[in-house]
Design a protein around this ligand. Structure first.
Ligand code: TXA
Ligand code: MG
Length: 600
């Protein structure tokens, strides 16, 4: 399906902006598409009675049109207008769970467009409990058809930023409502018959439904008790797939770590206090080792097969604490963490899952190892989504493009409370050619990948600087014109205002990472200033320190060799600049990591 940008920019409306929300409701009634928050995930809303508006939603999502949309309402009195029959079972579930994270499938009325239900004679009805969704839906006063606001095949968005990432230019506006509380889509329950059938597990569980019905009859479609129920049409499509391959690390059965004041469990990504491992009892420590080992063993196995692999880990704070304690430099250079809270907190894991998969994707990891859970309640929904993310290879929908790496959003750096800075220095001898080339290429890479956040404090911005100097340089020389030309050919920008300068202790002091073009230059710096040896590497030793070991055909470890083009022809300069560019591409994620920065 053709996906065409129709707006220069999608508006972002604050939840407190009454006029903004009114304007969104007006545009919705006029057939436009609006992104809005709910307690499960963000939705992409349109007038459910208007087939043309519904088509716009399918287009913006790139979604196959045979997958029906859910109708959202702001008031229970609207239900009678959109369904033709409310069964006693449906009524009971409406009374018990609405508003809340549940969708009830009922027989549809004629007022709902066929495009909304993809031709089915039933319609899913949902009344969100999110106050901002409520305000918006009440203001609109019409049934609002809305799928999750992701590009089809991508993880559902649980923040307005993620919606913008997928939808900027494709929809009129997005209403911000903070992070979605549950983070997984609603429980879809077919209640057209006398027995409820859960078509999609969610935060309202089988146990919750059984409890209000005073029975244990609720069927989970596809589960053991399910004989022939057709599953929700959407369940056949590839969902929730990040770019990286996902693997589930199963929790040992019955595990529960109750560390002494272990972890803050507010479920927010990245906010946790490291567990004090000393305070764990022997049993707790043993359980923790059981949970962590699969992650560590699998990470090492992956790295032994591919020393360039980058591994994302979606886990609890105790597991990150164990990795930190292990202090394996190579393992940690190849690992990006996304911590959801306390390890056993399935609500925290659910809340952070989709955002976590998106975050790790942006770090360009190749594999994501994610915590699995046993159990009935919320674990069923969490494992359902994680299983889909992990099974993406088998579940590709024919004709659907493979997911692309997410686009970067130009967020202003002043969006953050704090901003940290770090700087990398490139050093060679004369600073008119190779190190100047490194500086220029690195600057382009830094700009292209902006913005950054601190790896430790996710709400702090991060600015990265880059400079160069030469061990024997004369100060104030123009760059080598041949190198200038080569860099211009590669990037469209030459060496510009880079002037040569002599490296000195003050310059070393200002920089957090010092990379020399050749091994002997790093050696020389460390010899003169042993106190800074921790931050001085050559390109080769930096690669090796990060486990990026390349061997030649005879098994000998190769080091990075950069020819000296001075006095040679232009082709040699160009070749050299390309080689440096390729090395910087490879080393870039490790440089970011070394400086303490993450991409967003
Ligand atoms: O939490 C949610 O439900 C979110 C928020 C935005 O409300 N919405 C959402 O919509 O997840 P969507 O379109 O991404 O998923 C709707 C699911 C699909 O699997 C679809 O096949 C199923 O509900 N569904 C919708 N109408 C149905 C119907 N009449 N019969 C059976 N399944 C239906
Ligand atoms: Mg969806």
């Amino acid at each position: 399906m053709e996906r065409a940008k129709i707006y220069k920019k999608t508006l972002l409306i604050e939840s407190t902006d009454k006029n903004g929300i009114k304007d969104c409701a007006e545009h919705l009634k006029n057939g436009e598409v609006i992104g809005f928050p709910t307690e499960t995930v963000y939705g992409l809303g349109c007038d459910a009675r208007n087939g043309e508006a519904v088509k716009k939603v399918f287009e913006a999502k790139g979604r196959p049109a045979d997958n029906p949309l859910i109708c959202h309402i702001g008031d229970k009195s609207q239900i009678k207008d959109i369904v033709s029959e409310i069964t006693p079972l449906a009524q009971k579930l409406i009374d018990s769970f609405m508003p809340g994270p549940i969708t009830l499938v009922m027989k549809k009325s004629d007022s709902i467009a066929d495009e909304t239900t993809a031709g089915l004679d039933t319609v899913g009805v949902r009344m969100p409990s999110h106050p901002v969704a409520n305000k918006f839906l009440k203001e609109a006063g019409i049934p609002v058809a809305a799928p999750s606001a992701n590009l089809s095949g991508r993880p559902s968005p649980t923040s307005s930023r993620s919606v913008l990432e997928d939808m900027d230019g494709y929809i009129y506006a997005i209403i911000d409502g903070g992070d979605s509380e549950y983070g997984l889509e609603s429980t879809v329950v077919d209640c057209t018959g006398t027995t409820p059938v859960i078509l999609r597990p969610g935060a309202v569980t089988k146990a919750d439904i059984d409890a209000v019905l005073n029975s244990d009859e609720t069927v989970i479609a596809g589960g053991l008790a399910d004989k022939e129920t057709p599953r929700s049409p959407g369940m056949k499509y590839r969902h929730y797939a990040p770019y990286a391959q996902v693997e589930i690390m199963q929790m040992p059965e019955g595990v529960e770590i109750i560390g002494d004041n272990a972890i803050a469990t507010d479920g927010k990504i990245g906010e946790y206090e490291p567990v004090d491992l000393k305070k764990l009892s022997d049993d707790e420590a043993k359980e923790l080792v059981n949970i962590v080992s699969p992650f560590i063993l699998r990470s090492r196995e992956i790295l032994s097969k591919n020393p360039f692999a980058r591994i994302g880990i979606y886990c609890g704070g105790e597991i990150k604490a164990m990795y930190d304690k292990l202090n394996d430099k190579i393992l940690s250079a190849h690992t990006e963490f996304c911590v959801y809270g306390k390890t056993v907190d399935v609500a925290g894991a659910s809340h952070g899952l989709f955002e976590g998969l998106r975050f790790l994707d942006v770090q360009e990891v190749d594999v994501i190892l994610a915590q699995g859970f046993y159990g009935e309640g919320l674990s069923v929904a969490y494992m359902n989504r994680l299983g889909k993310a992990a099974g993406k290879k088998e579940e590709l929908t024919p004709g659907m493009p493979a997911p692309a790496r997410p686009a970067r959003m130009p967020l202003p750096i002043d969006a953050f409370k704090d901003t940290f800075t770090a700087s990398v220095l490139f050093v060679d001898d004369n600073n008119i050619s190779l190190s100047a080339c490194c500086e220029a290429l690195m600057r382009r890479k830094i700009e292209k990948n902006e913005p950054y956040i601190s790896s430790d404090t996710k709400d702090a911005g991060f600015e990265i600087y880059c400079e160069s100097a030469g061990l024997t340089a004369m100060s104030g020389l123009e760059p080598d014109p041949q190198m200038d030309k080569a860099v211009k050919e590669l990037t469209g920008f030459g060496l510009g205002s880079i002037e040569s300068r002599r490296a000195d202790p003050a310059i070393y002091d200002e920089n957090d990472l010092i990379l020399t073009v050749r091994d002997e230059q790093a050696f020389q710096i460390v010899k003169a200033f042993p106190e800074i040896k921790e931050k001085v590497f050559s390109l080769s030793t930096f690669a090796a320190a990060n486990g990026l070991v390349m061997k030649d055909s005879s098994g000998k470890v190769m080091s990075i060799s950069v020819p000296d083009p001075s006095g040679e022809n232009y082709e040699t300069y160009l070749h050299t600049a390309k080689a440096l560019g390729a090395w910087l591409d490879l080393l870039f994620p490790y440089i970011l990591k070394d400086l303490g920065a993450s991409r967003i």
